[in-house]
Design a protein around this ligand. Structure first.
Ligand code: NAD
Length: 505
């Protein structure tokens, strides 16, 4: 049914799972990519063995030596051309994202747009990799810092943003002068191969094949090898807290750097002064969008007692109108979950919530049709329920009520994760309190905007078990470079700092 789009993106029925300077003939286990809306295979990928992994890493290491010497604006020009190529393939690649992840068409297209935006951003950045000049206390001395490329970097991505997160990392790492090794999620290998093909078209013209490489396989093989590999000074990893905890220990064990973008447990507080119309729309998109499978999806909703009943009644009515179906159909708002396991996890979480005293207000069922379809679900909960502290990657919204803002901010902050947060209020003092040092403890804090849907340019990431990483904006580029502090003596004396003298005569 979708064979045209697959072939236009250079995908066949069986695809090689590794690209070094060229596609490698791979010999690892076969991986079947399934369409989560039908359960039918989209294509197969032969994953990489350790030998093929070695070829990829050697290539990325060699390519780095050449790539790091290109002036950053010239690297920016290559990224600009990749962005242009992505523009040409936006419709096809967006549809493939939809087919492989189950996210609705507008979100699939939006994800490719995010890659394009990231490329544009990185082009500008390529002329702005600034260092500082500091005042030296020593006469006739000049002190400054400069930023150099770091090395080949490993990029491990999650299934739910199968291409945008690669661009967050690769576009920035690329202009910073790093070569890249990408290990995508085993749920989304085809989108990764398609992106690699699009990138290759540009790289080949400039004899730069090998600067952006790909290695497909499981987390316990390729992912673990990347984490252990001393040739890779940085591993940027996106995924669950469980994965990040394990990976960070391995990378730290070799004193490497890790850049972690892990799970969230995001909350919105709605105060009685809020524009309820706005809040209802934002809550619905944040909780139901991408079938609750964004790291920034809304999981916990705190309603001020006086507006709770009205808000919930209206929210339940809106949930009743959510159109569930094939994600490539234009009017659909909710597609499937990524896998059978994800459905099982959702049903398990709901049963646990009910066991802990939660009350399902709407939803709660798997749909009786092929694919991994579930109803979006609202559960009346209390903050004492332990399930509320966990990230279940599905459209379950736990709703709680509160009286006092200070108290609810404390409850909001009491979970282990710290990614995204929001308050809806028309009262300036409440908004500012939420943004103050005593307010939200998350990496992202919004006022009158939902928790999901961040734009590039701002540093994206979260605190606590979300991992502390920042990507895609502000000064996040510094993670992909090494800082060098340089001091030049242009005098004929050798004064020491701190007034220290050390005269031999
Ligand atoms: P996951 O943790 O199952 O897998 C993520 C990636 O890690 C995959 O490529 C996987 O193969 C790899 N991996 C697994 N075990 C590994 C190991 N031991 N060593 C190295 N790599 C390993 O996550 P997922 O189900 O693909 O994605 C959903 C999770 O990702 C959610 O928790 C979500 O919140 C999180 N996420 C976070 C962000 C963010 O920016 N903070 C963005 C997207 C997704």
């Amino acid at each position: 049914m979708f064979t045209d789009v697959l072939s236009r993106l250079g995908l066949s029925e069986i695809n090689p799972g590794a690209f070094a300077r060229d596609w490698l003939k791979c010999h690892g286990p076969e991986l079947v990519s399934l369409n989560p809306a039908t359960g039918q295979p989209l294509g197969k990928v032969v994953t990489a063995t350790h030998d093929e992994y070695e070829t990829v890493i050697r290539t990325a290491s060699e390519s780095f030596l050449k790539w790091r010497l290109l002036p950053p604006p010239q690297r920016g020009e290559i990224i600009r051309q990749i962005g242009m190529s992505l523009r040409q393939h936006k419709a096809d690649l967006g549809l493939l994202v939809t087919l492989e992840t189950g996210k609705i068409l507008t979100e699939g297209q939006g994800e490719v747009q995010e890659m394009i935006d990231m490329c544009d951003y990185a082009v500008g950045l390529s002329r702005q990799l600034f260092g500082l000049t500091m005042a030296s206390e020593r006469p006739s001395h000049r002190m400054f810092e400069q930023w150099h490329p770091l090395g080949p970097v490993g990029i491990i991505t999650a299934f739910n943003f199968p291409v945008a997160v690669w661009a967050w990392n690769a576009a920035v790492a690329g202009v910073c002068g790093d070569s890249c090794v990408w290990k995508p999620s085993s749920n989304t290998p085809l989108t990764a191969i398609a992106v690699q093909q699009i990138t290759n078209q540009v790289l080949k013209q400039h004899d730069l094949n090998g600067c952006f490489t790909l290695c497909i396989g499981s987390g316990s093989t390729i992912g673990q090898w990347l984490a252990e590999d001393r040739r890779l000074p940085l591993i940027s990893a996106t995924g669950s807290c469980h994965m990040g905890r394990r990976l960070a220990q391995t990378v730290a064990g070799r004193l490497g750097r890790s850049l972690l973008e892990l799970g969230g447990n995001n909350g919105i507080i709605v105060t009685e002064t809020a524009n309820l119309e706005l809040a209802l729309r934002a809550v619905t998109f944040a909780a139901v969008g991408t079938a609750g499978q964004r790291c920034t999806s809304l999981r916990r909703l705190f309603l001020q007692q006086s507006i709770a009943d009205e808000f919930l009644e209206r929210l339940v009515a809106i949930y009743g109108q959510i159109r569930i179906g094939n994600p490539w159909d234009a009017n659909v708002l909710l597609g499937p979950l990524i896998s059978e396991q994800a459905v099982a996890d959702m049903l398990h979480a709901m049963a646990t919530a009910e066991g802990q005293g939660g009350k399902v207000l709407t939803g709660g069922h798997r749909l009786n049709r092929p694919g991994n379809f579930v109803e979006p679900t609202i559960i009346r909960a209390t903050s004492g329920m332990s399930i509320v502290r966990e990230e279940t990657f599905a459209p379950i919204l736990y709703v709680m009520t509160y009286e006092d803002l200070d108290q609810v901010i404390q409850i909001h902050n009491s979970v282990d994760q710290g990614l995204s947060s929001a308050i809806f209020t028309d009262r300036l003092m409440d908004a500012e309190k939420f943004l103050s040092p005593a307010g939200s403890d998350c990496g992202i804090a919004n006022v009158n905007i939902g928790t999901s849907g961040a734009e590039i340019g701002g540093a994206f990431g979260g605190e606590k078990e979300t991992g502390g990483g920042r990507e895609a904006g502000s000064d996040s580029w510094k993670a992909y470079m090494r800082r060098q502090t340089c001091t030049i003596n242009y005098g004929s004396d050798l004064p020491l700092a701190q007034g220290v003298t050390f005269d031999v005569n």
